[in-house]
Design a protein around this ligand. Structure first.
Ligand SMILES: O=P(O)(O)OC[C@H]1O[C@](O)(CO)[C@@H](O)[C@@H]1O
Length: 430
């Protein structure tokens, strides 16, 4: 992975070479703290050890009994779905096994998905670190009933990834379901390079060893200087720009196969760094599509954003046919990929021309190594940003209020939060 921060210097907001020097000193100190956390397998920091601690043979052995299904249906939410979805989407052209993700509780969407699946040849991959998440367990109960109704033995087609205890662990033990454990001390959003993110890819017969090898490459690049570590440099530059007013980070990959990556990044960045009244808001964008929807704002709106542009250096291409259509002949002979790359560089330059900070991230290709490296690098960048900002990166206390309120509303216990829902101030206009 290569990082180019040239367009983060000098703009408004922007960094200076002196700021970078100062940030580099702080990165050195933070790196020592992170290394200590890794050495002690401390909660959260342990995530940065995963390239060394994940056991891909054990994952392959656990899913082996399922053979090669027609489809894998992953039932999970947040970190229990987004890492797996990112890997499967990035490598979708390397397997015939479909991957579907049930990571919301929309009855119409769930019904449509279940109607569309060959349930007799679908493996259900249920993932929950806590084993108690209402959306995941509800969806699983619905899927299980759909399989029953279709005369399919769900116990033969269900795979579980969860913790040592909780409802899901009890279910797995009761029905003797094949299962894997979530890694110790790794928050969901940091668990892509583990059983959580790799089980689905393994069920699809994808190159999970390559994903881990890519993550290992990024891990080997961690060092006490941002000038030698693209991941830490990205975290430090984003932090430095946020300190100077760039409170939104638009993650804009220029590859459809990386669209889920932007969604995964949004959880990682928001849930890790959005606390104590600070944080940089991740905005999901896609290049070139969102040049025609959001770029106007990024280029001419408030000077409160950073744009992160991501692209693979290599990609399959399709030639644009020669044409004598008026005004289009210049496109003939180029590839769609050439056009996409021209759009990437033009957008980058258009932001720089207005002094709008942007950063370029390039990976060799959207393949197993490339996505592994990108995922790990963004996780390390998040940990570094959290250290520099003095945040507790690995917690997400603010999400609990709503969970209690929803549970109380459904009769799942007495929660003050549920009562507070009734106190809503209304001012309706129809
Ligand atoms: O894996 P679990 O425990 O089902 O949690 C799913 C997601 O919900 C959260 O706890 C937020 O509610 C995330 O941090 C997590 O990734």
């Amino acid at each position: 992975m290569e990082l180019d921060i040239g367009n983060a210097l000098g703009g408004s907001p922007g960094l200076t070479e002196d700021t970078l020097e100062h940030l580099d000193e702080r990165v050195g100190i933070a790196h020592e703290r992170i290394e200590q956390g890794r050495a002690d397998d401390e909660h959260g920091y342990a995530a940065l050890n995963l390239p060394e601690t994940v056991d891909t043979d054990a994952i392959r052995a656990a899913v082996e009994p399922f053979g090669t299904p027609a489809a894998v249906l992953t039932v999970g939410i947040g970190g229990s779905a987004l890492g797996a979805a990112t890997i499967s989407a990035a490598l979708a052209d390397q397997t015939d096994v479909e991957a579907h993700f049930l990571d919301n509780v929309d009855p119409e969407d769930t019904a449509e998905l279940l109607d569309s699946l060959p349930l007799d040849d679908t493996v259900v991959n249920v993932v929950s670190r806590s084993g108690t998440t209402a959306e995941t367990l509800s969806n699983f109960l619905v899927v299980r009933e759909a399989m029953d109704d279709a005369g399919v033995d769900w116990t033969e087609q269900t795979f579980v990834t969860t913790g040592d205890d909780g409802n899901l662990r009890n279910l797995a033990d009761t029905h003797d379901l094949p299962s894997l454990k979530v890694p110790e001390g790794v928050p969901g959003r940091f668990s892509a390079i583990s059983t959580v993110g790799l089980a689905c890819a393994a069920l699809q017969g994808l190159d999970i060893e390559g994903v881990v090898a890519g993550a290992q490459t990024a891990m080997d690049d961690l060092s006490g200087s941002l000038y030698d570590s693209p991941a830490y440099a990205y975290g430090a530059v984003c932090y430095g720009l946020a300190e100077r007013g760039a409170l939104t980070n638009a993650m804009m990959p220029y590859a459809e196969s990386l669209e889920y990556f932007a969604e995964w990044f949004a959880q990682l960045w928001a849930e890790s760094l959005g606390k104590e009244q600070v944080g940089q808001t991740p905005a999901r964008a896609l290049g070139a599509t969102d040049q025609h929807s959001q770029l106007q704002l990024y280029r001419a709106g408030p000077r409160d954003k950073l744009v992160t542009l991501v692209r693979p250096r290599e990609r399959e291409d399709i030639d644009i046919p020669e044409t004598d259509l008026e005004g289009l002949s210049y496109l003939g002979g180029s590839g769609l990929g050439d056009l996409l790359d021209a759009e990437f560089e033009a957008t980058e330059a258009s932001l720089a021309a207005e002094g709008r900070p942007n950063v370029r991230i390039e990976i060799d290709a959207v393949d197993a190594e490339g996505i592994g490296e990108l995922l790990y690098a963004m996780e390390a960048a998040t940990v570094m940003y959290g250290e520099l900002a003095g945040l507790s990166t690995f917690t997400q206390p603010a999400v609990e209020w709503g969970k209690k309120a929803a549970r109380g509303l459904l009769g799942g216990g007495d929660f003050a939060e549920a009562e507070a829902v009734a106190d809503k101030r209304t001012f309706t206009i129809e």
